[in-house]
Design a protein around this ligand. Structure first.
Ligand SMILES: [Cu+2]
Length: 137
């Protein structure tokens, strides 16, 4: 499932300023990367600019499929029991072990989004991260 979100939002306080203390890792990019393992994402926090960005996803698991699902802004869950498909904004569908794949996403609304692997048991096991969408430069 993939949905492109187009939303017009007026943001009066630049998000970049709010993130100024996070160090170099907080520099937004239009190209991010993640390695999925059993059961975590590395890194587990990504910073992009509003608009279109490209994710390069490596599944380094020996035997398990993994995915990278962005949940709707404001959603925060920590167990599989709380998950519903309706919570997913957009996602990279599950990928077989050993896969490297790049996919583009478009998110126009700045803010923080929870990212999970929504395959059964994986969220509860620790496959959780955070995507921060910064106001476009
Ligand atoms: Cu997974």
């Amino acid at each position: 499932m993939k949905k492109l979100i187009a939303a017009s939002v007026l943001v009066t306080t630049p998000l970049l300023a709010a993130c100024g203390n996070d160090g170099p890792s907080a520099t937004p990019s239009d190209s991010i990367e993640v390695t999925a393992e059993d059961f975590k994402f590395g890194p587990a926090e990504w910073h992009v600019y509003a608009g279109t960005f490209t994710l390069t996803f490596h599944n380094e698991s020996a035997a398990m499929e993994h995915e990278w699902a962005i949940l709707n802004q404001g959603v925060s869950i920590s167990t599989d029991e709380e998950f519903e498909e309706d919570l997913v904004l957009t996602e990279l569908e599950k990928q077989p072990p050993g896969t490297t794949i790049s996919e583009s996403f478009t998110i126009d609304e700045p803010g923080e989004y929870q990212v999970i692997c929504a395959l059964e048991g994986h969220l509860s096991a620790g496959m959780i991260g955070k995507l921060v969408v910064h106001e476009a430069a």
